[in-house]
Design a protein around this ligand. Structure first.
Ligand code: ASP
Length: 456
């Protein structure tokens, strides 16, 4: 198994490197920088669209296809495996506390780095002007030109609506993963209470789960190719040249924050609370971390995260089954950290003076915005709007004459480097989930005997 995993790692790494080379040398055309922003994005689409489509067909779509039923099977197996609803409550509570604490820590680190290293100082007038056109186009395409829908109150409401759905089939059709998780947990508790009469259904779900995992393992071998296409597309449509200058400084600070969280903070927590060698575990989780980097989607990565955690990383099925699907939907340390820095960058770039009240607003709302972000590419970019509107209102509360930050220009400013940062923050998101699963394994080891008891 170890040998296969090593071969796969080499292949995926080769996919990443090849993707960067193809993207930079073949797909990216430096002449594009001379065009106006609207024409540039059209030309980029022409040059690279095909590569994105190939990655989508080879990797993203199959993974997402498997993720949906896998959430159902793994959460159900996890819940019924734990057996006792009271223990389930403890486990769920511990998971949520862990997720919330690490996210708050991540965003605080992001805000500290943003406030001290000042990524937004030195953004030129030209860059701001170009950003407005790009941002308007982007928000228009995504139907986000009415920022009123993205305020704090509606964000809470949306999360609650997802947690308490009124139509299970609707939740599946609309890919509301959080709804699917809550429904499955409740269903699992029902099956536990049903005792022996619940058993046949669980046996069916267990065999479906096995079949899905076999498919995931097969899919892993196509991954290097899919990753190559997606990385080539992202480098080819961004242009590594964008990583120089003001945007480069911003991207560098986000990368620094993500690096500290990934290689220092979470390993420390894992070592202290989980009592495992964190770097060894990180190495075991490499297929999932690479998939996250290639796809920029926690949700598409979920099947591989579950596979790596249970097969290589020593997590129990019970813990991984519940903690990982929940993590892929609500736990986003990397996103929270990035949002903290991104929002500070935007305000600084447009010459606003931020103080403690605004930093506090960012910490509080970024945590919520990260919970609410979908585990899909650029999911976190969209919910950044919630934080911007919260900061705008704290600024206006201090001085009503301060105009609101121009939303389209602010979003447009960070767009050119957003995909590459998305790839990095998604890897950190997955690492956060994996850390949770390993720690919770201590609370919920797989214990066959106990399960037998629950159904006798
Ligand atoms: N792409 C991220 C994820 O799937 C979310 C984000 O955009 O930050 O985890």
């Amino acid at each position: 198994m170890q040998r296969k995993a090593n071969i796969l790692t080499v292949l995926i790494l080769a996919g990443v490197v090849l993707g960067v080379l193809i993207g930079h040398f073949i797909l990216w055309d430096p002449g594009l920088m001379l065009l106006d922003p609207a024409e540039r994005s059209e030309r980029i689409q022409q040059n690279t669209g095909w590569w994105h489509a190939a990655g989508d067909f080879i990797l993203m779509r199959p993974l997402k296809l498997i993720a949906m039923p896998l959430i159902f099977t793994s959460v159900l197996i996890g819940v019924t495996g734990v057996g006792d609803p009271k223990r389930l409550g403890v486990l769920g509570g511990a998971t949520l506390v862990f997720y919330l604490a690490t996210m708050i820590f991540a965003v605080t680190l992001g805000v500290t780095l943003g406030a001290t290293l000042k990524p937004g100082d030195g953004v030129s007038e030209d860059l701001r002007a170009a950003a407005a056109t790009v941002g308007e186009q982007h928000l228009g395409q995504r139907g986000l030109d009415d920022p009123g829908q993205q305020d704090l109150g509606s964000a809470w409401r949306q999360i609650l609506e997802l947690m308490i759905p009124d139509n299970f089939v609707g939740a599946i059709v609309n890919e509301h993963f959080l709804s699917i998780i809550t429904v499955t947990i409740v269903m699992g508790i029902g099956l536990l209470i049903a005792g022996p009469r619940g058993r046949p259904f669980i046996a069916v779900v267990e065999s479906l789960h096995e079949a899905l995992m076999i498919l995931v393992r097969a899919l892993l071998w196509i991954m290097p190719l899919g990753v190559m296409f997606l990385v080539a597309w992202s480098v080819g449509s961004m242009g590594l040249a964008n990583l120089a200058g003001a945007l480069g400084k911003y991207a560098g600070i986000v990368a620094l924050g993500l690096g500290i969280h990934m290689f220092v903070t979470l390993p420390l927590v894992l070592w202290l609370v989980g009592r495992v060698n964190p770097y060894k575990y990180m190495w075991q989780m490499r297929p999932a971390l690479f998939t996250a980097f290639g796809t920029a989607s926690s949700m598409a990565t979920l099947p591989v995260t579950i596979e790596s955690a249970t097969n290589l990383g020593g997590c129990s099925k019970r813990s991984a089954g519940i903690v990982l699907p929940l993590g892929a939907t609500v736990n986003m340390d990397g996103t929270a950290l990035y949002q903290g820095i991104a929002v500070i960058f935007m305000f600084q770039a447009f010459g606003y003076d931020l103080h403690f009240a605004q930093y506090l607003a960012i910490v509080l709302t970024a945590t919520l915005a990260a919970v609410g972000a979908a585990g899909i590419p650029a999911g976190g970019l969209v919910t950044t709007i919630i934080i911007i509107s919260a900061v705008n209102s704290t600024l206006a509360a201090g001085d009503p004459t301060i105009p609101a930050l121009p939303l389209a220009a602010a979003i447009g400013l960070i767009l050119p480097v957003d995909r590459i940062l998305d790839m990095c923050r998604t890897s950190v998101n997955i690492w956060g989930d994996a850390t949770g699963a390993r720690i919770i394994t201590r609370l919920a080891p797989d214990d066959v005997e106990e399960k037998e008891k629950a159904f006798s």
